[in-house]
Write a protein that binds this ligand. Structure first.
Ligand code: HPA
Length: 267
């Protein structure tokens, strides 16, 4: 992949210098409609960007302003389970870093392991557990691969996100996100194990992107829109259709938190 070729392609279309990149998870794509003066570049026109994947994922880099703040929105992500490659988002993240972003906001939809965090809630990711055992930096040739992950999710950004949620009147508990590879959902026994390990929410994305972002020197903020109680908590079977259908509810709250967060940043 060539970040340089991507930079030239982008520079031909816009001079916007994004300070913040945002990865939109499944069902959260509507946020992109709030972008002002948007320049939209399909992933297919950018080297190394993910091919079209799970339904509900548009697949475009959108350079624009939200609440006055210059942003690079990665609308649509690729998952480890689509290709078996944990580093599938690396070229996209490297490109937004090369464009000048110093922060990436990772969003996802997730299952809740907590009774007090029902579908429609938003969780601020305080920390994660890479339960899939995969790492996107395997094979990275030099010592930069030994990335510190003690504060993977930046403390100051989390404080600002909490303040933004409070200003919007939205309850946004902090919690630990655990990454299962998918694409099958978890079993009830796996969810009980995850809870015993300290997890609050479960999903199939984000963690490899956080590791890549830290490797690339980006600060990370993570937010989960809760779409369902995790396996075994209600007796109902889980389905992708259900998670997609519920995602916009938490997604709308998440979008309000993000917009407030960005307008505070622009102020
Ligand atoms: N498990 C894994 N990924 C998910 C879930 C879940 O329960 N809900 C939304 N994404």
């Amino acid at each position: 992949m060539s970040a340089t070729a991507n930079l030239a392609r982008i520079a031909a279309l816009t001079s916007l210098k994004p300070a913040t990149a945002i990865v939109l998870g499944s069902g959260l794509g509507g946020f992109v409609d709030t972008a002002e003066e948007a320049v939209t570049i399909p992933y297919s026109e950018l080297d190394g960007f993910p091919p079209p994947g799970v339904s509900g994922h548009a697949g475009a880099l959108v350079l624009s302003r939200i609440a006055g703040c210059p942003v690079a929105i990665l609308s649509g992500r690729a998952h480890y389970y689509e290709s078996g490659r944990a580093d599938v988002m690396r070229p996209a993240l490297a490109t937004v870093a090369a464009l000048g972003a110093d922060t990436v906001i990772l969003t996802n939809s997730a299952g809740s392991l907590r009774q007090d965090m029902p579908p429609g809630s938003v969780m601020l990711i305080d920390d994660h557990i890479a339960f899939s055992g995969r790492n996107p930096l395997i094979g990275e040739p030099n010592e930069a691969r030994f990335v510190g992950m003690t504060e993977a999710y930046d403390g100051k950004l989390r404080d600002r996100a909490r303040a933004a949620a409070e200003a919007e009147g939205i309850t946004c508990p902090g919690g630990v996100y655990i990454w299962f590879s998918g694409p099958s959902f978890e079993t009830p026994a796996e969810i009980r194990a995850a809870r015993a390990l300290g997890a609050d929410a479960v999903g199939m994305s984000t963690v490899p992107e956080t590791i890549l972002a830290r490797f690339l020197g980006l600060k990370v903020l993570g937010l989960s829109a809760i779409t369902n109680f995790a396996a075994g908590m209600t007796g109902a079977e889980l389905s992708h259709d259900e998670t997609k259908a519920v995602a916009p509810e938490g997604g709308a709250k998440l979008a309000r938190i993000l917009t407030r967060f960005l307008s505070d940043q622009a102020a």
